[in-house]
Write a protein that binds this ligand. Structure first.
Ligand SMILES: [Fe+2]
Length: 217
């Protein structure tokens, strides 16, 4: 067996350190995303589910491991701006008024403000900013449409909406996964990028998307 040189050993130690740091970073992001979701009792576990659905779409689209890693970070942080929205608005068990809706709609921009000082997350910022745009340009905050919206943001919109539709909310019982898929298909080309809806449906058909108490793979 070939003996390892000191340089090789140092290299291996360094690689392990980098891997440990990456794992710690992702662990911290999971903890942070749970803190964000906990402010609204109806969205517990939301960011982690959005993350799992988004990754399934990314795999379906043939993303590289690096691109999947960046998508994972964006998905875990997508609603970080909700930290700046009053908790009573987030958890209000009644329809929101116009001002309250406007406050909620600020969260992508608040997210950008929170993260913009972190140079290493510069590529994530546009994804956070545009995760509530619509394919038909009727979303917010900038009213971008089609390919103007970053691909990762279009992925998050589909993942986010599927989780919202398939979870219980104060005014609506959860749709079944099949019903939620049907809604996605009906809104393909208006709210959603048809290519992303297709990738999500393909991942679902392969058993990569599971909802409720089941594990998501
Ligand atoms: Fe959001």
């Amino acid at each position: 067996m070939k003996s390892h040189t000191r340089a090789e050993n140092n290299q291996a130690r360094l690689q392990k350190k980098v891997k440990d740091l990456q794992e710690q970073f992702i662990g911290l992001l999971h903890a942070l995303s749970q803190t964000i979701d906990a402010r609204d009792p109806h969205t517990r576990g939301h960011s982690v589910k959005v993350c799992q659905y988004a990754l399934a779409i990314g795999v379906e689209l043939g993303f590289s491991p690096h691109r999947l890693e960046r998508l994972e970070i964006a998905a875990l942080l997508h609603d970080i701006g909700k930290i700046g929205v009053e908790a009573f608005i987030l958890s209000k068990p009644a329809p929101l008024g116009e001002l309250e809706m406007a406050a909620i709609r600020l969260h992508p921009l608040l997210g950008v403000r929170i993260l913009e000082s972190v140079e290493q997350l510069a590529d994530i910022i546009p994804v956070i900013r545009h995760h509530h745009e619509r394919y038909d340009a009727r979303g917010y905050p900038d009213g971008l449409g089609g390919d103007q919206i970053p691909l990762e943001a279009r992925i998050l919109t589909v993942a986010d909406s599927f989780d919202a539709m398939s979870s219980n909310r104060p005014y609506r019982k959860a749709l079944s996964p099949q019903e939620a898929l049907q809604e996605l298909r009906e809104e393909a080309g208006t709210q959603f990028d048809p290519q992303i809806v297709e990738a999500f449906c393909a991942a679902f058909a392969k058993g990569k998307i599971m909802v409720g108490t089941q594990e998501v793979v």
